[in-house]
Design a protein around this ligand. Structure first.
Ligand SMILES: [Zn+2]
Length: 246
Protein backbone atom coordinates (compact mmCIF):
# COMPACT_ATOMS: atom_id res chain seq x y z
CA UNK A 1 0.00 0.00 0.00
CA UNK A 2 1.53 3.28 -1.06
CA UNK A 3 -0.59 5.46 1.20
CA UNK A 4 -0.74 3.52 4.43
CA UNK A 5 -1.37 6.41 6.81
CA UNK A 6 -5.07 6.91 6.04
CA UNK A 7 -5.89 3.31 6.98
CA UNK A 8 -3.83 3.58 10.16
CA UNK A 9 -5.59 6.82 11.14
CA UNK A 10 -8.96 5.20 10.51
CA UNK A 11 -7.91 2.15 12.51
CA UNK A 12 -6.83 4.34 15.42
CA UNK A 13 -10.16 6.17 15.35
CA UNK A 14 -12.12 2.92 15.45
CA UNK A 15 -9.93 1.46 18.21
CA UNK A 16 -10.34 4.59 20.33
CA UNK A 17 -14.10 4.43 19.88
CA UNK A 18 -14.14 0.75 20.80
CA UNK A 19 -12.07 1.42 23.90
CA UNK A 20 -14.44 4.12 25.11
CA UNK A 21 -17.42 1.85 24.45
CA UNK A 22 -15.74 -0.93 26.45
CA UNK A 23 -14.80 1.45 29.26
CA UNK A 24 -18.41 2.63 29.37
CA UNK A 25 -19.70 -0.95 29.56
CA UNK A 26 -17.29 -1.67 32.41
CA UNK A 27 -18.23 1.47 34.29
CA UNK A 28 -21.12 3.87 34.41
CA UNK A 29 -22.16 6.61 31.98
CA UNK A 30 -21.31 10.26 32.62
CA UNK A 31 -24.93 11.22 33.27
CA UNK A 32 -24.99 8.78 36.19
CA UNK A 33 -21.66 9.71 37.74
CA UNK A 34 -22.85 12.35 40.19
CA UNK A 35 -25.62 10.17 41.56
CA UNK A 36 -23.32 7.19 41.63
CA UNK A 37 -20.81 9.07 43.77
CA UNK A 38 -23.50 10.27 46.16
CA UNK A 39 -24.88 6.76 46.35
CA UNK A 40 -21.46 5.17 46.98
CA UNK A 41 -20.59 7.74 49.66
CA UNK A 42 -23.86 7.10 51.50
CA UNK A 43 -23.47 3.40 51.15
CA UNK A 44 -19.99 3.36 52.65
CA UNK A 45 -21.19 5.62 55.47
CA UNK A 46 -23.91 3.10 56.25
CA UNK A 47 -21.39 0.27 56.17
CA UNK A 48 -19.14 2.16 58.57
CA UNK A 49 -21.98 2.78 61.02
CA UNK A 50 -23.06 -0.81 60.73
CA UNK A 51 -19.55 -1.86 61.62
CA UNK A 52 -19.45 0.58 64.55
CA UNK A 53 -22.68 -0.96 65.91
CA UNK A 54 -21.27 -4.49 65.64
CA UNK A 55 -17.94 -3.48 67.19
CA UNK A 56 -19.63 -1.81 70.15
CA UNK A 57 -21.94 -4.79 70.61
CA UNK A 58 -18.98 -7.18 70.61
CA UNK A 59 -17.10 -5.05 73.16
CA UNK A 60 -20.22 -4.96 75.29
CA UNK A 61 -20.69 -8.73 75.20
CA UNK A 62 -17.06 -9.23 76.13
CA UNK A 63 -17.29 -6.84 79.08
CA UNK A 64 -20.53 -8.44 80.25
CA UNK A 65 -19.03 -11.88 80.17
CA UNK A 66 -16.01 -10.58 82.11
CA UNK A 67 -18.43 -9.26 84.76
CA UNK A 68 -20.07 -12.69 84.98
CA UNK A 69 -16.66 -14.37 85.38
CA UNK A 70 -15.64 -11.95 88.12
CA UNK A 71 -18.91 -12.55 89.91
CA UNK A 72 -18.30 -16.30 89.90
CA UNK A 73 -14.86 -15.69 91.39
CA UNK A 74 -16.30 -13.37 93.98
CA UNK A 75 -18.79 -16.03 95.08
CA UNK A 76 -15.98 -18.53 95.30
CA UNK A 77 -13.81 -16.27 97.47
CA UNK A 78 -16.69 -15.27 99.67
CA UNK A 79 -17.41 -18.96 100.24
CA UNK A 80 -13.87 -19.39 101.49
CA UNK A 81 -14.11 -16.75 104.22
CA UNK A 82 -15.65 -19.20 106.69
CA UNK A 83 -12.74 -21.58 106.21
CA UNK A 84 -9.78 -19.27 106.83
CA UNK A 85 -7.78 -20.04 109.93
CA UNK A 86 -5.19 -17.30 110.23
CA UNK A 87 -5.14 -13.54 110.09
CA UNK A 88 -2.70 -13.74 107.21
CA UNK A 89 -4.96 -15.98 105.14
CA UNK A 90 -7.85 -13.69 105.89
CA UNK A 91 -5.88 -10.65 104.75
CA UNK A 92 -4.87 -12.40 101.52
CA UNK A 93 -8.44 -13.43 100.80
CA UNK A 94 -9.73 -9.89 101.35
CA UNK A 95 -7.09 -8.69 98.92
CA UNK A 96 -8.37 -11.16 96.30
CA UNK A 97 -11.94 -10.05 96.90
CA UNK A 98 -10.97 -6.39 96.45
CA UNK A 99 -9.20 -7.15 93.18
CA UNK A 100 -12.24 -9.03 91.86
CA UNK A 101 -14.59 -6.21 92.91
CA UNK A 102 -12.34 -3.73 91.13
CA UNK A 103 -12.53 -5.94 88.03
CA UNK A 104 -16.31 -6.01 88.20
CA UNK A 105 -16.46 -2.24 88.43
CA UNK A 106 -14.11 -1.68 85.49
CA UNK A 107 -15.89 -4.22 83.28
CA UNK A 108 -19.30 -2.81 84.15
CA UNK A 109 -18.10 0.64 83.15
CA UNK A 110 -16.74 -0.75 79.91
CA UNK A 111 -20.01 -2.52 79.18
CA UNK A 112 -21.96 0.64 79.86
CA UNK A 113 -19.74 2.80 77.64
CA UNK A 114 -20.01 0.21 74.86
CA UNK A 115 -23.78 0.17 75.21
CA UNK A 116 -23.90 3.95 74.84
CA UNK A 117 -21.67 3.79 71.78
CA UNK A 118 -23.83 1.06 70.32
CA UNK A 119 -27.04 3.04 70.89
CA UNK A 120 -25.59 6.20 69.37
CA UNK A 121 -24.27 4.35 66.31
CA UNK A 122 -27.55 2.50 65.94
CA UNK A 123 -29.63 5.67 65.93
CA UNK A 124 -27.29 7.32 63.39
CA UNK A 125 -27.55 4.17 61.32
CA UNK A 126 -31.35 4.25 61.44
CA UNK A 127 -31.34 7.89 60.36
CA UNK A 128 -28.88 7.24 57.54
CA UNK A 129 -30.86 4.27 56.32
CA UNK A 130 -34.01 6.33 56.24
CA UNK A 131 -32.28 9.12 54.34
CA UNK A 132 -30.83 6.52 51.99
CA UNK A 133 -34.20 5.13 50.94
CA UNK A 134 -35.02 7.98 48.59
CA UNK A 135 -31.50 7.99 47.11
CA UNK A 136 -31.66 4.25 46.70
CA UNK A 137 -34.90 4.56 44.72
CA UNK A 138 -33.48 7.29 42.48
CA UNK A 139 -30.37 5.21 41.93
CA UNK A 140 -32.40 2.13 41.00
CA UNK A 141 -34.32 4.17 38.42
CA UNK A 142 -31.14 5.47 36.77
CA UNK A 143 -29.53 2.06 36.91
CA UNK A 144 -32.48 0.57 35.13
CA UNK A 145 -32.30 3.28 32.49
CA UNK A 146 -28.60 2.52 31.99
CA UNK A 147 -29.29 -1.21 31.77
CA UNK A 148 -31.73 -0.44 28.96
CA UNK A 149 -29.10 1.60 27.12
CA UNK A 150 -26.39 -1.01 27.50
CA UNK A 151 -27.41 -3.36 24.65
CA UNK A 152 -27.15 -0.42 22.24
CA UNK A 153 -23.58 0.26 23.38
CA UNK A 154 -22.80 -3.46 23.16
CA UNK A 155 -24.10 -3.53 19.61
CA UNK A 156 -21.97 -0.54 18.74
CA UNK A 157 -18.91 -2.22 20.23
CA UNK A 158 -19.64 -5.37 18.21
CA UNK A 159 -19.91 -3.35 15.00
CA UNK A 160 -16.64 -1.57 15.79
CA UNK A 161 -14.87 -4.88 16.40
CA UNK A 162 -16.04 -6.13 13.01
CA UNK A 163 -14.92 -2.93 11.28
CA UNK A 164 -11.55 -3.08 13.01
CA UNK A 165 -11.03 -6.71 11.95
CA UNK A 166 -11.91 -5.83 8.37
CA UNK A 167 -9.58 -2.84 8.29
CA UNK A 168 -6.72 -4.74 9.91
CA UNK A 169 -6.88 -7.29 7.14
CA UNK A 170 -6.27 -4.49 4.63
CA UNK A 171 -3.22 -2.96 6.29
CA UNK A 172 0.15 -4.49 5.35
CA UNK A 173 1.46 -6.72 8.07
CA UNK A 174 4.62 -4.79 8.92
CA UNK A 175 2.68 -1.50 9.23
CA UNK A 176 0.11 -3.19 11.41
CA UNK A 177 2.76 -4.68 13.69
CA UNK A 178 4.45 -1.29 13.98
CA UNK A 179 1.16 0.41 14.78
CA UNK A 180 0.17 -2.19 17.35
CA UNK A 181 3.51 -1.95 19.12
CA UNK A 182 2.98 1.78 19.47
CA UNK A 183 -0.61 1.27 20.53
CA UNK A 184 0.59 -0.87 23.39
CA UNK A 185 3.45 1.42 24.35
CA UNK A 186 1.29 4.55 24.40
CA UNK A 187 -1.79 3.11 26.16
CA UNK A 188 -4.02 2.91 23.14
CA UNK A 189 -2.98 6.09 21.35
CA UNK A 190 -0.38 5.31 18.70
CA UNK A 191 -0.85 8.50 16.70
CA UNK A 192 -0.02 12.12 17.28
CA UNK A 193 -1.33 15.00 15.19
CA UNK A 194 1.10 17.47 13.70
CA UNK A 195 0.45 20.96 14.99
CA UNK A 196 1.61 24.08 13.28
CA UNK A 197 3.06 26.70 15.55
CA UNK A 198 1.25 29.96 14.99
CA UNK A 199 3.60 32.79 14.20
CA UNK A 200 3.07 35.94 12.22
CA UNK A 201 6.15 35.61 10.03
CA UNK A 202 9.21 33.54 9.32
CA UNK A 203 9.31 29.94 8.08
CA UNK A 204 6.51 27.61 9.14
CA UNK A 205 7.17 25.45 12.19
CA UNK A 206 5.42 22.26 13.24
CA UNK A 207 5.50 20.19 16.36
CA UNK A 208 4.16 16.88 17.67
CA UNK A 209 0.69 17.26 19.20
CA UNK A 210 1.48 14.64 21.84
CA UNK A 211 4.94 15.60 23.10
CA UNK A 212 5.52 19.03 21.53
CA UNK A 213 8.80 18.02 19.93
CA UNK A 214 9.67 19.78 16.68
CA UNK A 215 8.62 18.00 13.49
CA UNK A 216 11.02 18.38 10.56
CA UNK A 217 9.47 20.16 7.54
CA UNK A 218 10.58 17.23 5.37
CA UNK A 219 8.50 14.89 7.54
CA UNK A 220 5.49 17.15 7.09
CA UNK A 221 5.95 17.02 3.33
CA UNK A 222 6.19 13.21 3.34
CA UNK A 223 3.17 12.83 5.53
CA UNK A 224 0.98 15.27 3.61
CA UNK A 225 2.16 14.31 0.17
CA UNK A 226 2.66 10.54 0.33
CA UNK A 227 0.84 9.71 3.55
CA UNK A 228 4.07 8.11 4.71
CA UNK A 229 4.42 6.52 8.13
CA UNK A 230 6.75 8.82 10.04
CA UNK A 231 7.46 8.65 13.73
CA UNK A 232 7.89 11.63 15.99
CA UNK A 233 11.63 11.96 16.69
CA UNK A 234 10.96 12.17 20.40
CA UNK A 235 7.90 10.14 21.50
CA UNK A 236 7.94 7.82 18.44
CA UNK A 237 4.20 8.05 17.87
CA UNK A 238 3.14 8.01 14.24
CA UNK A 239 2.51 11.51 13.04
CA UNK A 240 -0.54 12.43 11.03
CA UNK A 241 -1.79 15.61 9.57
CA UNK A 242 -5.14 16.63 10.95
CA UNK A 243 -6.77 19.06 8.51
CA UNK A 244 -8.70 20.81 11.22
CA UNK A 245 -6.43 21.18 14.19
CA UNK A 246 -8.42 21.19 17.42
ZN1 LIG B 1 6.01 13.27 19.88
Amino acid sequence: MSRPLAAIVELQTLISRLRSAEALLDGIPDWMKELHEEYSAHKSQIEELDEAVSDAAATRRQAESAVADYQEKLKHFQGQIAQVRTQREYGALLQEIDTVKEGIKTSEEEAFAAMERQDAAQSSLDEERKAFEELDRRYAVELEKWEKEKPEVQKKAEALRAEIAELRSQVPRQHLAHFERLLERHSGQALAPIREVERPKGPRIWHCGACNYRVRPQAVVEIRGQEALVECDSCKRLLHYAETAE
